[in-house]
Design a protein around this ligand. Structure first.
Ligand SMILES: Cc1cc2nc3c(=O)[nH]c(=O)nc-3n(C[C@H](O)[C@H](O)[C@H](O)COP(=O)(O)O)c2cc1C
Length: 341
């Protein structure tokens, strides 16, 4: 099966099948904001603006890396880019390996003309560094996307469940270190929905990783997606056993923030509302990222639906801030009004 077919299958399955965990959740439901009846601020004075990797954002919000490499993916990327520019969000592109291996698909990642001002992240599986990829390929994709940074994804279990998966993960840290020391832009790291813990975060930062996106558990489950894709009965059964695998997103944020407090931190994995973002930021994240929940609104022929969805998330985030009397993101980050229930 070609990479392109795989990309379209991922989109279809993410839209149509139940691909979340069974019992495992993000853990955000365990936290409540203690309501402040007299906020002593004007709602109109609330601002979401922030800075990430030295670039100003109008909101501490990110469209997570999802796609590219097919016609459908190009339409989705275009809508996402137009919406990100309109709202001042950051955006990640999907894995760009397909752009290296199939030059005819490169245009599906060229979204800078729709989003000249956003913080844009190029994306590649870290595992490719063990399969012949190096600094040259990374430079090529950064140049193609005109990206501000590169994010490497860690997806060990997905690679096992994928029939065509690359599973030689040994000695990858040294390759990551080499890349970080040579590349001209910051290199970040993310998971794809099973989470990153504090100890690993510390190790990654020590080899030069500049930012971490926890991509924790409680949202999209890649064992579920690959369970529907594989025709191997053994892999299908094994994937089903991993439905509740992973570190809940809220736990990742706390742990990574504790171990690497000065490293820029993105919270993602299972976020859908602006209240989720408020909780993630109050727990210690700098940005909150949304993946699958943005896919469906991004599918329409025009970007109105996805722009509306981003506006809704922002409104919910602002209302949550009003509810605790925080008019700026730094105040939300420093609040003591997020309590365990
Ligand atoms: C259809 C789809 C495709 C994805 N492709 C990529 C990818 O190419 N690279 C990557 O780093 N993450 C990819 N992801 C993972 C997301 O970036 C995110 O980490 C994960 O879905 C968890 O967030 P969510 O629960 O909000 O979806 C993809 C997610 C979806 C739903």
């Amino acid at each position: 099966m070609s990479i392109q077919q795989r990309k379209d299958e991922h989109i279809q399955l993410a839209l149509k099948q139940d691909i979340t965990s069974n019992c495992l959740t993000t853990g955000f439901e365990n936290y409540r904001f203690q309501h402040l009846a007299l906020p002593e601020i004007n709602f109109s004075d609330i601002t979401l603006s922030t800075t990430f990797l030295g670039k100003k954002l109008r909101a501490p919000l990110l469209i997570s890396s999802m796609t590219g490499g097919t016609e459908k993916a190009a339409e989705i990327n275009k809508n996402l880019a137009i919406a990100a520019e309109e709202k001042g969000w950051a955006m990640g592109l999907g894995s760009m390996r397909v752009a290296i291996e199939y030059p005819e698909e490169r245009a599906t990642f060229r979204i800078r003309n729709y989003a000249p001002n956003i913080l844009l992240l190029a994306n590649l599986g870290a595992i490719q560094l063990n399969y012949g990829y190096g600094i040259d390929e990374c430079r090529q994709i950064i140049e193609l996307a005109e990206a501000d940074a590169l994010v490497l994804h860690l997806n060990s279990l997905q690679e096992v469940f994928q029939p065509e998966g690359n599973t030689r993960f040994a000695k990858l840290l040294t390759k990551i270190e080499q890349l970080c020391s040579q590349l001209e832009v910051p290199v970040g790291i993310k998971e794809v929905g099973w989470g990153i813990d504090g100890e690993l975060a510390k190790q990654l930062v020590s080899v030069g990783i500049a930012f971490i996106d926890v991509a924790g558990a409680g949202g999209t489950s890649w064992s579920q997606i690959e369970k529907y894709r594989t025709s191997d009965p053994l892999l299908k059964k094994a994937a089903a056993a991993f439905r509740d695998w992973g570190i809940p997103t809220s736990q990742c944020i706390l742990d990574v923030n504790k171990q690497t407090p000065s490293t820029p931190l993105i919270a993602s994995g299972g976020l859908s509302t602006g209240v989720d973002a408020a909780k993630a930021i109050a727990l210690g994240a700098d940005l909150a990222g949304y993946g699958r929940s943005l896919l469906e609104p991004a599918l329409a022929p025009t970007p109105e639906n996805i722009i509306d969805r981003l506006s809704l998330i922002e409104l919910e985030l602002k209302i949550a801030m009003f509810g605790i009397g925080a008019s700026q993101i730094e105040q939300l980050q420093a609040t003591d009004r997020l309590v365990l229930v």
